[in-house]
Ligand binder design. Structure first.
Ligand code: HEM
Length: 407
């Protein structure tokens, strides 16, 4: 398989279901590869799958995030363009500083009892639905509501708005995928962005009148006092992007992780009460089944990387999920080993845009997994499952299980 065939394979349904053979084939070609100019892949000039080169590019603040021309015309792109995830310094530095201040250890500590409560409620619910040997959809009943409710609590969104919200998140995520740039998907993403902007405008106005101790009230207050260098429009864009970034990613951490963990009954049996093992499992799940498979950056100047010339402004596809299975950095990369030492995975990215919410997801995983297996030691997957149609956000959307509890 040449590099073009590997990319075509990755973008196909087969690649989305199981991209790992394509990543392995890519590693055989080397850490960095030029992409032959062909229409389908014309937006990228090279593809990187080697851990070291992906890490190097992400850490280099000169490599920047490109943005499609004509963005002013599209609500979704205007939203992205005014949020930290899609901009470069100095705007990135300014916006990130405002939000980084809110992800304090104190706030995270305060989230811990909320996560414990939400997890306990969801486990009760799973037990109830699955009590008579009925199948339970682990995604609908656990993997999806846990992060959604945690983020709703963190931001101060009413939990009753979440199913309406989820549909908008999906429309935006569909547009974000490699194959997502169709007129229909763009129209739906624009619609979602417009509706979410209106939603946050109302919520902010409401919190202005009746503030609570949630994040949105807090940010609105400092914004109005002139205490932060951010406009209300930017606040709204960042809230949209923050919630989007937090949501399906963490759902997939749980749903992709469960089958992997269930293949290792010795591990699941040891998880309750073993915090170090729980941390190791979270890291290994994210390494092996990364919810985000790729990022992209553009070159600040012409450069030669691993023998591949990249011209100034050349766009490079960074396959972080391939880097996470690079045999040069992770010996026996397809083996699940929660005790692995070695470099951190790139599941949360690295460098300037390193995931702002990594600590939140890690905390959710670390608290939830031991409780899940303590409550349901005989949890079992009952039906074959498939992965979402997206490679950008790859994960299991439906996962039927039995809890194994006595009737
Ligand atoms: C397992 C769950 C998660 C995964 C795998 C994940 C993955 C990532 C990745 C790969 C990036 C880097 C993007 C880039 O370099 O272009 C990122 C950025 C980001 N993530 Fe996460 N994320 C997760 C959970 C969360 C949560 C829970 C939040 C919010 C509480 C969050 C908020 C953000 C934000 C705001 C950024 C942009 C940071 C910036 O541009 O400076 N993420 N995430």
């Amino acid at each position: 398989m040449d590099v073009s065939e590997i990319l075509t394979g990755l973008y196909s349904e087969q690649g989305r279901q199981n991209p790992y053979p394509f990543y392995a084939a890519l590693h055989e070609h080397g850490p960095m590869n030029a992409v032959p100019a062909r229409a389908e892949h014309s937006t990228v000039s090279a593809v990187a799958g080697g851990y070291d080169v992906v890490d190097q590019i992400l850490r280099d603040p000169g490599w920047y995030k490109g943005f499609p021309p004509g963005w002013e015309e599209q609500e979704i792109l205007r939203t992205f363009r005014t949020s930290m995830m899609f901009v470069n310094p100095p705007d990135h530095t300014r916006m990130r500083a405002v939000f980084a201040r809110t992800f304090t250890p104190r706030r995270l500590g305060a989230l811990e009892p909320a996560i414990e409560r939400i997890v306990a409620e969801r486990l009760d619910h799973m037990a109830e639905v699955g009590a008579d040997g009925h199948e339970v959809d682990f995604v609908a009943d656990f993997a999806y509501p846990v992060p959604a409710l945690v983020m709703a609590e963190f931001l101060g969104l009413p939990a009753t708005d979440l199913s309406w919200y989820r549909q908008r998140v999906d429309w935006i995520d569909e547009y974000m995928d490699v194959a997502g740039k169709t007129p229909e998907r763009l129209a739906r993403a624009n619609q979602a962005a417009g509706q979410l902007r209106a939603y946050y405008r109302d919520l902010i106005a409401h919190r202005r009148r009746t503030p609570g101790d949630d994040l949105i009230s807090g940010l609105t207050e400092v914004l109005d006092a002139g205490g932060v260098d951010l406009t209300e429009d930017e606040l709204i864009s960042n809230l949209i992007v923050l919630f989007n970034a937090s949501f399906v990613t963490t759902v997939y951490m749980f749903s992709n992780g469960l089958p992997l963990l269930l293949e290792h009954p010795d591990v699941t049996a040891a998880l309750p009460g073993d915090d170090a093992l729980a941390r190791g499992c979270v890291e290994e799940v994210l390494r092996m089944e990364s919810p985000v498979h790729f990022l992209a950056r553009s070159a600040p100047a012409g450069v030669d990387l691993d023998g591949v010339p990249i011209s100034r402004d050349g766009n490079v596809l960074l396959l972080i999920a391939a880097a996470n299975r690079d045999p040069a950095r992770f010996p026996d990369p397809h083996r699940f080993d929660p005790h692995r030492d070695g470099p951190p995975s790139l599941a949360f990215g690295v460098g300037l845009h390193f995931c702002l919410g990594a600590a939140v997801s890690r905390l959710e995983g670390r608290l939830a997994l031991p409780r899940l297996f303590a409550r349901f030691p005989r949890l079992a997957v009952t039906q074959p499952y498939t992965y979402s149609g997206s490679l950008f956000l790859r994960g299991i959307d439906k996962l039927f299980v039995t809890t194994g509890e006595a009737r």
